[in-house]
Write a protein that binds this ligand. Sequence first.
Ligand code: CA
Length: 231
Amino acid sequence: MSTRQILVVEDERAIREMIAFGLRRSGFEVLEAEDSKQARASMADRRPDLLLVDWMLPDMSGLELTRLIKKDKDLRDIPVIMLTARADEQDKITGLEGGADDYVTKPFSPRELLARIQAVLRRAAPASGEAVLLAGSLTLDAAGHRVMVGEQTVSLGPTEYRLLSFFMTHAERVYSRSQLLDRVWGGNVYVEERTVDVHIRRLRKALEPFSAADFIQTVRGAGYRFSVRPV
Ligand code: CA
């Protein structure tokens, strides 16, 4: 595998350099940006494999930058991890709803950050060697890393793609939030169960224009189920 590129967007130089140092030592190529303007210029030049975005930036908030990226059809597939000094639960949820794939609360250890990055990159990587999956109107092409309805592509973030891929290969069974965290996010990730709900909401929203949101069913007190049969 070629060297993975990570763009670190953080105006505080000491923190940015500390992160960059640790990531380079772990074998990543690191690009640095002080603000969202530099970050966007950098992405126009070279598409990174992952973005680390600080919440507090001088020109626009990291949350706004993440929203812009997730609205851009050329960039929205790039996973984003938000760095935040806000440990407040609602802020984390806001960050995830803004399109971030994960968040890391300052202060964090280089090891924790590395574990999150690896987990997010793993989720974003296309599953290889899988056949094309069909369910209802949905077609998931694992080799092409794409979900289609007829000729139209369903636009999904990396986590929603993984979630849908899991559901389509495990249809008709109910999974609790913790089972989904385990199977879709991987055991080593420190995420809270509410994170699952955020991604389920995003997945439903993405499927809605294709009348496929109902495939993701809430089973009260138990979790979620994927089914193409009506509830
Ligand atoms: Ca900052």
